[in-house]
Design a protein around this ligand. Structure first.
Ligand SMILES: [Zn+2]
Length: 79
């Protein structure tokens, strides 16, 4: 009997995101999907957490820059 390849267990299902932080989802999944679909591509389910992580990290950096400049108001220039 042929040896069965070791059952491949998908590595702990974790979306590929830009960092290890567990941010809450900040983007509207249906909107992001609809937008991407309008570009004539299929959308992987991992896109939403990945996009959201990018946004959260971007905002995190903006906050740091804002504070570093002694401000309390985060502005577009902090992005
Ligand atoms: Zn991130």
């Amino acid at each position: 009997m042929a040896k069965k390849a070791a059952a491949k267990k998908p590595a702990a299902k974790k979306a590929e995101t830009c960092c290890d932080e567990a941010h809450e989802i900040l983007v509207v999944g249906s909107k992001v999907k609809a937008y991407l679909k309008s570009k004539d591509v299929l959308v992987s389910g991992e896109m939403i957490p990945a996009v959201s992580c990018k946004v959260a990290c971007l905002l995190g950096k903006a906050v740091e820059r804002c504070k570093a400049n002694g401000r309390k108001t985060v502005k577009p220039c902090d992005l």
